[in-house]
Ligand binder design. Structure first.
Ligand SMILES: [Zn+2]
Length: 310
């Protein structure tokens, strides 16, 4: 059974940095976010290695490996996203994870309603092929998926194809909503986005066995990278290559697709606390009123601007 490390969390939780560091491990294969349903404007998209996507030697090899299976690799539609294409069956697959009642109904649909079962099986199979081929080309046995989406993790964990180790990467909610604010000034929407995703992650936590999920605070990772990385590798059952992974001299091309930070190159790991400058007193008051309890789940104290290490 293939080992699958899955990073779960909110958008902007810092997962691309963790992915790029884990990708240096001799056993970990990754391309970042496999959830990606399509790469927008992929003809002008730059792979994490710096090459144009269509010119990247790695992706050419993956395409050739696909062709051997009679499958076409289409950057416009990876076919790996458990998302809706509009049909009711795909909406059953793609609906965000909810409470036990809804999930029982969803599982019943997969058992009793062939269109939903077929839609799920098609995406499961596609993920398996993509993961197998990427591991084959990179010659590394463990796959790392940085998709973050808890519903996707639920589906993958139920395939029975993978020995899953989930890293739940959490970050101070104030830093997350401040990061969203850079793109959208609507703080009500930004707060809702964070609250909704954290709640979904908590629902996933209830269904995944405890031993399969490790919670990691992004701030701890930045402040004590070596220790936290060693713990992640131990949890994943892999050799402790933390020193090698954190060494800026260990440069090898990484073919990561996803967040723009894939193109940043090697930079020292540092905790940049930008949120105090980005959030207004009103933003903080609103966060205090609605987000204190949820943020406290992960040890963040709203009376402290810099989280303490546990
Ligand atoms: Zn590349």
């Amino acid at each position: 059974m293939r080992k699958l490390i899955y990073i779960m969390g909110c958008a902007h939780c810092g997962s691309t940095l963790l992915t790029r560091i884990l990708a240096r491990h001799s056993q970990i294969a990754t391309v970042g976010e496999l959830k990606m349903s399509s790469i927008p404007d992929y003809r002008n998209f730059q792979c994490g290695c710096g090459a144009e996507l269509l010119e990247c030697a790695f992706w050419k090899q993956v395409a050739a490996a696909f062709a051997e299976e009679g499958v076409a690799l289409d950057f416009g539609d990876f076919g790996t996203h458990y998302g809706s294409n509009g049909s009711f069956a795909s909406r059953v697959v793609g609906a965000q994870m909810r409470g036990p009642g809804f999930e029982s109904l969803r599982r019943a649909a997969f058992t009793c309603w062939p269109p939903a079962a077929r839609a799920l099986a098609r995406i499961n199979q596609r993920n398996k092929i993509v993961i197998d081929k990427i591991c084959e080309v990179l010659r590394k046995p463990v796959f790392l998926d940085d998709s973050k989406d808890p519903t996707r993790l639920m589906h993958l964990s139920r395939t029975g194809h993978y020995d899953i180790r989930a890293i739940y990467l959490v970050r101070d909610g104030r830093a997350i909503v401040a990061s969203y604010k850079k793109r959208d000034p609507d703080m009500r929407a930004n707060f809702h986005l964070w609250e909704n995703k954290v709640s979904e992650c908590e629902r996933l936590r209830k269904v995944l066995p405890k031993m399969r999920l490790m919670e990691v605070r992004y701030e701890d990772f930045c402040q004590d990278s070596r220790r936290v990385l060693s713990e992640i590798l131990a949890f994943s059952g892999l050799d402790d290559q933390s020193e090698h992974c954190l060494s800026p001299s260990t440069q090898e091309p990484q073919h990561i697709i996803g967040h723009n930070s894939r193109l940043l190159g090697d930079r020292p790991i540092e905790l940049r606390n930008e949120w105090p400058a980005l959030l207004t007193a009103q933003d903080l008051e609103n966060f205090e009123r609605r987000g204190r309890e949820l943020n406290a789940l992960y040890g963040y104290d709203l009376d402290e601007s810099i989280p303490r290490q546990p």
